[in-house]
Design a protein around this ligand. Structure first.
Ligand SMILES: Cc1cc2nc3c(=O)[nH]c(=O)nc-3n(C[C@H](O)[C@H](O)[C@H](O)COP(=O)(O)OP(=O)(O)OC[C@H]3O[C@@H](n4cnc5c(N)ncnc54)[C@H](O)[C@@H]3O)c2cc1C
Length: 559
């Protein structure tokens, strides 16, 4: 059941999952397929029916700075004019899968094979992970029910998994112009029909509505399982060693949480699974005495395990928006600026789950490699993996400026070499953590994001846009001007990873072993984006779903 009442839960469960987000709900589902009892503690609420969450185009109403968001910001970013960037994280069932932009991208074979190499566990390789792709994904028809023959290769997609996805469900002439670029500038933008479909990006959308871990893995037939309790509004503050734990290898079994202003504890007789995400998982570890001992002592927290990698290695993608004024009235400004039209489209969505609101903001994307990169300095997972991504949208900013129609290309760096950290600055678990992605800390990152912006501009030089684009909204031309533009505009793609990263069994660095057990303790695993050994050159939700699918299998095997 899903409940907001602490009186309806038991004192002890086999497993207590901290965080009912993307990974947490996969684990809850898979463990309760067996005879285990599971409690999920989720700080946020249940918003699976809210239109801001269900309507794909309303993604910008979901975050940042809303009731569905933890409402975090970064510390001032030295290389971005000291700006403090919004750092959204889902604060609701489904976690960030309930507020994200729904892009379904798996990362390359090379990225997965690198996960296996980095951890010494071939079980994380591309080939070994295939079965989890099929367990997770259920490809469904797009909302417009068009014939998608030639748009996607169904053979490489899952059709019987729990998490539904589809091609964009509303296609217009702008999509065809974008595809035309691959005919006109084939050297830079070769056409790629695989794996995300030539007419657009696969998204976690089905029947015109968002699919999240809450709508899929916690669908009513699973939420009603007798061995599953999900307590919402329950904010975990710390995890504690069991009373008979030894100092040499502490055993964690008690979870402390706050609900309705009162403190409670619950006990896991088998394991605690931390799935609070890349920001809150390390914060909970640190407040529980698992972290760098000297940093903990400085915060008056008694160290229980000296684990210096906790919170370190924060890695994230960064993007810069580029917009052009266009000669069209068919961009999404036609309804983002017109309340009457928008109301009509909401009605259409309500009645038939069709129309432009079934799409997320960008229908099309391009993955690109930096030309002429020195292999010795190449941070990508291999020669078939990208460094850059362009996300192309048939409109500009939301909310729109008072006038004009726009086209936007978000240019992203997907192989950043900068590393930041999540730290705490008090012993109070309710204080927000300090988040420092440390964007553009390296020369590689600075020059690669500049290349991304220049590549976005090159995209617009295709003849198909010659009568379409009126002007760029920026006039930066020299490298210095472009860098200044980047510094004033860059934002997080909201893909933080690696703050509790996995490493080989005997490694001194890293936080979890390849079976996701926290090093140096018993009774505790971490399964969420924080354990990824490196940032994949892809949007991160599919990696998280797949880590959680295999993680659930690893747990089942050990009990
Ligand atoms: C705005 C945005 C857009 C994104 N767009 C995309 C995209 O288009 N495609 C893509 O692939 N990825 C995208 N991502 C990234 C992707 O959604 C995340 O990588 C993934 O969802 C992370 O999963 P997780 O399980 O690690 O954490 P989450 O899904 O964030 O789950 C963590 C859960 O733990 C809960 N929690 C945290 N702390 C506590 C506590 N102390 N007590 C109790 N509960 C707690 C949270 O409320 C949350 O429900 C986006 C992310 C964001 C935020």
């Amino acid at each position: 059941k899903i409940t907001a009442s602490v009186g309806e839960i038991n004192q002890t469960y086999d497993f207590v999952v901290v965080g009912g987000g993307t990974a947490g709900l996969v684990i809850a589902n898979r463990l309760t397929e067996e005879d285990f009892t599971v409690l999920v503690l989720e700080a946020g609420g249940d918003h699976s029916e809210d239109m801001n969450i269900t309507i794909p185009f309303f993604v910008t109403n979901a975050a940042p700075f809303t009731e569905y968001d933890w409402n975090y910001t970064t510390v001032p970013q030295n290389n971005l004019e000291n700006r403090q960037l919004a750092y959204p994280r889902g604060f609701l069932l489904g976690g960030s899968s309930s507020i994200n932009s729904m892009a379904y991208t798996r990362a390359s074979k090379e990225d997965w094979d690198l996960f296996a190499k980095e951890t010494g566990d071939g079980g994380w390789s591309w080939d070994a992970m295939q079965k989890y792709i099929f367990r997770n994904e259920k490809l469904t028809p797009p909302a417009d029910h068009r014939n998608t023959a030639g748009e996607i290769n169904p053979a490489i997609h899952g059709h019987h998994g729990l998490n539904k996805d589809s091609l964009p469900g509303f296609i217009d002439s702008f999509d065809r112009m974008v595809i035309q670029v691959s005919n006109e500038l084939p050297e830079t933008f070769p056409y790629n029909s695989d794996p995300n479909g030539p007419v657009g990006l696969v998204g976690t959308v089905s029947n015109g509505s968002r699919s999240s871990s809450a709508t899929s893995y916690l669908a009513p037939q699973f939420a009603s399982r007798r061995n599953l309790d999900v307590l919402i509004g329950a904010r975990v503050t710390r995890i504690l060693p069991s009373p008979n734990s030894t100092a040499k290898r502490p055993n964690f079994s008690v979870v402390e949480f706050l609900q309705d202003g009162m403190n409670w504890t619950t006990t896991a007789s088998k394991e605690i699974i931390l799935s609070a995400g890349s920001i809150n998982t390390p914060a909970i570890l640190l407040h529980s005495g698992i972290g760098d001992a000297s940093e903990l002592l400085a915060m008056n927290i008694t160290p229980i395990v000296n684990a210096s990698s906790v919170g370190k290695n924060l890695t994230d993608h960064l993007f810069v928006s580029n917009t052009w004024l266009v000669n069209s009235t068919e961009t999404f400004e036609r309804f983002t600026r017109n309340a009457t039209k928008l109301a009509e489209l909401v009605e259409e969505w309500n009645n038939s789950r069709t129309g432009p609101l079934v799409n997320h903001i960008s229908n099309q994307l391009a993955w690109l490699r930096l030309p002429d990169i020195d292999p010795a300095e190449d941070p990508s997972a291999g020669p078939n993996s990208p460094h850059l991504e362009l996300l192309i949208a048939n409109g500009g900013a939301i909310p729109p400026p008072p006038e004009g129609n726009f086209m936007r290309i978000s240019a992203a760096l997907v192989t950043p070499t900068s590393r930041g950290a999540v730290t705490i600055n008090s012993s109070n678990p309710l204080d927000p953590p300090l988040i420092n992605p440390n964007f553009l800390d390296t020369e590689f990152d600075k020059s690669a994001i500049r290349s991304a912006v220049l590549t976005a501009r090159k995209f617009t030089t295709a003849p198909v846009f010659s009568d379409y684009i009126i002007s760029s909204t920026t006039n930066s031309t020299t490298d210095a001007e472009i860098d200044a533009y980047i510094q004033s505009m860059a934002e997080s793609v909201d893909h933080p990873v690696s703050t509790a990263k996995m490493s080989p069994v005997d490694a001194e660095y890293g936080v979890v072993d390849p079976d996701l057990k926290v090093k140096g303790v018993t009774g505790l695993r971490i399964i969420d984006a924080s354990v990824l050994p490196h940032i994949p050159a892809a949007h991160t939700q599919v990696s998280v779903y797949l880590f959680a699918e295999r993680g659930s299998d690893l747990i089942k095997k050990s009990w």
